[in-house]
Design a protein around this ligand. Structure first.
Ligand code: 5GP
Length: 131
């Protein structure tokens, strides 16, 4: 069965899209650690990110860099933190999380609750800055 992220990429499950090209899809995490928390996913469904072939992994990093630069323009933050966890969804993804301080990256922090309108506005602001 296709992963939940493959179903999102296919448009079967809605998402707040931030960026897309032929190989990758970026969208807002539904249970964000901060406003603008984004996931970058390869369209090729592979569970573990470090099982991706070298070229795809390198391209995923460069695609993430574009998304980070757009997040930095759209969301006030000191840095965009980068995490790979992958314990919940078995489809490789990179977390991009706007942060003000180190402790903003503690996984057990309470998550930010946003309305669908707020999600859409954040996604639109990031999308508008993707080059
Ligand atoms: P991980 O696999 O890296 O441990 O966590 C998976 C991440 O995907 C979590 O941060 C979770 O909130 C997010 N997530 C899980 N299901 C969905 C979904 O259906 N839509 C979106 N936008 N994010 C999801």
């Amino acid at each position: 069965m296709a992963s939940i992220f493959s179903r999102i990429i296919a448009g079967e499950i809605p998402s707040y899209k931030v960026a897309e090209n032929d190989k990758f899809y970026a969208f807002l995490d539904i249970n964000p650690m901060a406003k603008g928390h984004t996931l970058v996913v390869p369209k090729q469904e592979t569970d573990y990110i470090f099982d991706l072939d070298d070229d795809l992994l390198a391209e995923m990093t460069l695609f993430s860099k574009k998304v980070v630069q757009a997040i930095e323009k759209a969301i006030p933050c000191k840095r965009v933190g980068v995490m790979v966890i992958g314990l919940e969804v078995p489809h490789a993804h990179i977390h991009l999380i706007p942060i003000q301080k180190e402790t903003d990256l503690i996984l057990t922090n309470p998550r930010v609750k946003l309305s669908s309108d707020e999600f859409e506005k954040i996604a639109e602001a990031i999308r508008g800055n993707v080059k």
